[in-house]
Write a protein that binds this ligand. Structure first.
Ligand SMILES: Cc1cc2nc3c(=O)[nH]c(=O)nc-3n(C[C@H](O)[C@H](O)[C@H](O)COP(=O)(O)O)c2cc1C
Length: 461
């Protein structure tokens, strides 16, 4: 039993680096807390010390970019993709531990009451739990799954869960309902960031994200048996809600925010009933500001990028990096970096990405000298390395997700940009007009030696 696999070491790190602001003022979970998180979007993490109607503290805006996610994993930004990729390739099974801080307090009566659950946006009608990693098992095979989905609170022990129909959790819920049973779930809040990232991976049905989390952590996830359902839960998390999902009981949702930043009206979700809350004595309730906010974007973006890299590496051995951009809300817009792309490779990469993740709408392929995470560099490549009549691929009537803003009848037009430089496009060549390398390096060295670090943030690495 320890804090090693919790969010606490990361909170301490954020505090030590000046990236955590403690909000001492009492805030209202009805819109006020959400407004603080929205305002701090690209800024510090927030720890709300006092929330109206709850004894628990609230933490938010923890993983709002690549730098934070790298810090949470204890690695450099450039290592994020290879590390998650390695975790997909070499999963590590959880191990049972003797006891867990997550079960210091057990409440069976009205488990949802007393939680600081925020109402986020103007046209949403209910408070939402947004940072819950849901653990469940396939009723047919017994294999595990972990993924995020939102819960709209109905009363002290029931909620509506909103899951995209193609997600594995929705599939498991329907499989359980087909044999007349609800699906047992455990909702984990405030687990280690590695567990949260793993929950967003796109794996095969039956590939358990909790095993990738163990690999990402460098240690198996320590788990204990839940109190009222037959599932294992991470021992070091802040809080767990135990219960069931009944796909035979539709509950109308109304307007809900989506990653693209607008509202959707999906109709009905499924009924969730909760049988217990277990938590640390001083549990911190994590909140992720949904919609087009950076934590929601980047938590999705990096696991999707690593999942796509895994798919691409099997067919394009010279793929170097995959970015899932902030403009595409970490879901719909992908940039693939290929070193020395051979003829046909950019289109093959596009097809592989469109086939692997249906939510992706736009794919750009760039060369090794373009940083796929730098939107200006990617725009430069699109502007200067494409002959549009040759290098633009439009795929009308392609299948997409219900969340796609331009979707009609499940279809949308997808687009591919081959922004790689092609031999013979320019008689002058494609090399960049720059001073000789030795002079550039000498100039950089001078700035590095003569300016303090905070005055040379503009210096390119
Ligand atoms: C903060 C956050 C909230 C999310 N909320 C939802 C949600 O409400 N419904 C949903 O279907 N997917 C949601 N997702 C996306 C899924 O968790 C993600 O696509 C996951 O890979 C699905 O996994 P599965 O197919 O194994 O169930 C969310 C992702 C994040 C990062």
């Amino acid at each position: 039993m320890s804090d090693r696999q919790s969010i606490r070491p990361f909170l301490t790190y954020l505090e030590n680096t000046g990236d955590l602001v403690r909000v001492a003022k009492q805030v209202d979970p009805h819109f006020e807390l959400s407004a603080f998180l929205s305002a701090a979007d690209a800024g510090p993490s927030l720890l709300f010390e006092s929330v109206v109607g709850s004894k628990l503290r609230v933490a938010g805006n923890l993983l709002n970019g690549r730098a934070r996610i790298a810090a949470a994993l204890g690695i450099e930004i450039a290592e994020i993709l290879p590390r998650i990729h390695q975790a997909i390739r070499a999963p590590v099974k959880p191990v049972r531990v003797d006891n867990g801080v997550v079960q210091q307090v057990v409440e069976r009566e009205a488990p949802l009451s007393g939680l600081p659950v925020p109402t986020f946006f103007e046209r949403e009608s209910r408070p939402y739990i947004t940072a819950g990693v849901i653990v469940a098992r396939d009723p047919e095979t017994g294999r595990g799954n972990a993924s995020f989905a939102r819960f709209a609170i109905l009363n002290g022990d029931t909620a509506m869960v909103g899951i995209a129909p193609n997600h594995h959790l929705a599939l498991f819920s329907r499989r359980a309902a087909a044999v007349g049973k609800p699906l047992e779930i455990a909702v984990i809040i405030g687990a280690h960031p590695a567990i949260q990232l793993a929950a967003c991976l796109y794996l095969g049905v039956g590939d358990d994200e909790m095993e990738c989390a163990g690999s990402l952590l460098g240690n198996p996830v320590g788990v204990v048996p839940a109190k009222t359902v037959d599932l294992m839960v991470p021992a070091d998390a802040e809080l767990v809600l135990e219960g069931t999902i009944d796909a035979n009981q539709p509950i109308e949702e109304g307007f809900v925010s989506e990653y693209h930043g607008m509202y959707e009206n999906y109709g009905s979700g499924y009924l969730a009933r909760f049988s217990a809350l277990t938590r640390r004595e001083d549990a911190i309730f994590q909140v992720i500001e949904p919609g087009y906010h950076r934590e929601h974007i980047y938590l999705g973006a990096l696991p999707i990028a690593a999942s796509l890299f895994n798919t691409l590496a099997a067919v394009i051995p010279n793929v170097r990096e995959v970015a899932v951009t902030e403009a595409g809300a970490g879901r719909t817009d992908v940039v693939i970096q290929i070193a020395g792309a051979g003829p046909g490779q950019p289109r093959r990469a596009m097809f592989a990405v469109f086939a692997a993740v249906s939510i992706v709408k736009r794919v750009t392929v760039v060369d090794a000298d373009i940083d796929p995470w730098d939107p200006v560099a990617v725009e430069w490549a699109r502007t200067n390395r494409m002959k549009l009549e040759r290098d633009l691929l439009l795929i009308p009537q392609a299948g997409t997700d219900r969340s796609e803003p331009m979707e009609q009848g499940g279809l949308v037009t997808k687009v591919g940009f081959d922004a790689t430089a092609k031999a013979n496009d320019r008689v002058e060549g494609v090399d960049r007009a720059l001073p000789p390398l030795a002079y550039r390096e000498a100039a950089k060295k001078w700035f590095t030696e003569n300016l303090p670090r905070d005055q040379r943030k503009w210096l390119k690495s």
